[in-house]
Design a protein around this ligand. Structure first.
Ligand code: ADP
Ligand code: ZN
Length: 214
């Protein structure tokens, strides 16, 4: 199964993509994670991507498309994959259609005001890459899963967050219409799920996604 996960920053794409990809036994391909790894390793792609990411802007389409094309050509993608964070522009979606048309596009929709609270409180584990909200961990520096060190992403600072939400609405949201037009869209309305401590539960979103794929 070839899947795409769409949604604004903070929608919980990464968390859900991790769960759904292991459930379906297909590789989880996150372009954001790939860029962060490239930055860590100081590759040419990493160096180029960093200035855009730090500003909350999109990395140029050509850079992303080449990176994804190479990744999808690897043998583990032969039976499908889950793309998280790609495509993010109509241009990228067209490029992907030339490589392989997705079977379904899961669009995770969360009200903007909730995204802000999630993003400013988001922490990432430097060891297992898991993401957690500060309000839900015992120690704000320690990963509750593996004990690794938690950090705040450079692009989760308030000024950058508002840029990223703007970029999402302008450049990525048009993909909803693009994939609806192709009959591929599965909408997950997170705003309609029950609230616990002011937010929905990842488990409920997970079940809604699986149901939409049946
Ligand atoms: P989030 O979904 O929380 O914004 P990601 O980890 O998916 O975070 O992406 C982080 C940053 O990486 C983006 O703000 C952007 O600069 C860059 N990036 C990731 N995927 C793409 C893409 N498909 N096209 C362009 N830039 C991308
Ligand atoms: Zn961890």
């Amino acid at each position: 199964m070839k899947l795409i996960f769409l949604g604004p920053p903070g929608a919980g794409k990464g968390t859900q993509a991790t769960g759904v990809s292991s459930h379906l036994r297909v590789p989880h391909i996150s372009t954001g994670d790939m860029f962060r790894a490239a930055i860590k390793n100081e590759t040419p792609t990493g160096l180029e991507a960093k200035r855009y990411m730090d500003a909350g802007q999109l990395v140029p389409d050509s850079v992303v498309v080449d990176m994804v094309r190479e990744r999808l050509a690897m043998p583990d993608c032969a039976n499908g994959y889950l793309l998280d964070g790609f495509p993010r522009t109509v241009e990228q979606a067209r490029a992907l259609d030339e490589i392989a048309t997705p079977d379904a596009v899961v669009d995770i929709e969360v009200p903007d005001e909730r995204l802000l609270a999630r993003l400013t409180g988001r922490r990432v584990c430097s060891k297992c890459n898991g993401t957690f909200h500060v309000s839900k961990v015992a120690d704000e520096k320690v990963c509750p899963v593996c004990g690794g060190e938690l950090y705040q992403r450079d692009d989760d600072k308030p000024a950058t967050i508002s840029n990223r939400l703007g970029v999402y609405h302008e450049q990525t949201a048009p993909l909803i219409g693009y994939y609806a037009g192709l009959g591929k869209l599965k909408r997950i309305d997170v705003g309609a799920l029950p609230l616990y401590d002011g937010d929905s539960r990842a488990e409920d979103v997970f079940q809604a996604i699986l149901a939409s794929l049946e």
